[in-house]
Write a protein that binds this ligand. Structure first.
Ligand code: B12
Length: 215
């Protein structure tokens, strides 16, 4: 199978929520020498975006169960590719405290980000999902974090990202604040006063640049 065929089939397996096929395709891709990051960005992300669009528009009768099955299939792929996710060019390792803000239960993207940071030598504290904002502050103080990463996949929780920035400023925490997740973007980050990364690789690269700047 060509790379493109594998990516297309993987995308479709995620949309269909076929976890066995999705995991199998990921294994085949690795065997063919395709990098884990390409599998994620070119095979998985388009599929998950499409699954989300189908759910939002009700296309083909897509329901919450379909969304859930896509999520589970994505977890199955992650099980296969996680050990191979490697962040390159990340020289300056540091400490990251990360979580999904309160109200948001999505976990998959954060889990990819964590794998990427860990493979680049970062110490990561995962606060989990649906995290009350004071927990970010407590976690960052306790771990002496260099970076707080906060994410939201749903627009309903975006105000929490702004409130968290206000709390960080109020506490005068010596941390950099980075946000991400589907519902966020560079404009929002600018208005919040946060750093932004679109995906896990960009996040770890930005983080290592920030560490170098701080030296
Ligand atoms: C799978 C999924 C679910 C699963 C989640 C399973 C799980 N364990 O995570 C389930 C079924 C539980 C779910 C539930 C819901 N979902 Co949902 N879900 C999705 C879906 C299809 C994929 C998300 C995903 O895993 N993507 C794959 C990962 C790898 O990508 P990612 O999350 O974007 O992460 C990358 C980047 O964003 C970034 N990143 C991620 N985190 C961080 C953190 C930092 C610090 C940084 C820098 C970067 C970063 O790096 C990651 C890797 O490259 C999205 C569609 C989409 N387009 O995202 C909808 C989507 C996010 N969900 C949506 C909705 C509406 C819901 C529900 C409200 C549905 C409902 N009616 O109940 C609930 C919300 C529950 C809650 N309170 O949180 C909407 C949100 C729309 C909106 N405007 O807010 C979306 C966009 C679908 C859509 N188009 O309508 N969902």
């Amino acid at each position: 199978m060509s790379k493109e065929e594998i990516f297309d089939k993987l995308s479709k397996a995620l949309i269909d929520g076929d976890d066995l096929l999705a995991a199998d395709l990921a294994k085949q891709a690795l065997k063919q020498g395709i990098s884990a990051i390409d599998i994620l960005n070119k095979g998985c992300t388009p599929g998950m975006l499409k699954a989300g669009e189908m759910y939002a528009s009700g296309l083909g009768g897509a329901s919450l169960t379909d969304l859930l099955m896509s999520g589970e299939s994505m977890q199955a792929v992650l099980g296969v590719i996680r050990p191979h996710l490697k962040a390159e060019k990340a020289e300056a390792a540091g400490k990251l405290v990360i979580g999904m803000v309160e109200g948001d239960l999505h976990t998959i993207g954060k889990s990819v980000v964590i794998s990427m940071f860990e493979s680049a030598g970062w110490a990561v504290t995962d606060l989990g999902e649906d995290v009350p904002l004071p927990k970010f502050i407590e976690g960052a103080k306790r771990e002496k974090a260099d970076i707080i990463g906060a994410a939201s996949a749903i627009t309903g929780c975006l105000d929490k990202l702004k409130t968290l920035k206000e709390m960080i400023d109020k506490e005068k925490l010596p941390v950099k604040y980075m946000i991400g997740g589907w519902a966020t973007g560079p404009e929002l980050a600018k208005s919040v006063g946060a750093y932004f990364a679109r995906d896990a690789l960009a996040a770890v690269q930005l983080a290592s640049e920030l560490m170098e700047e701080a030296e």
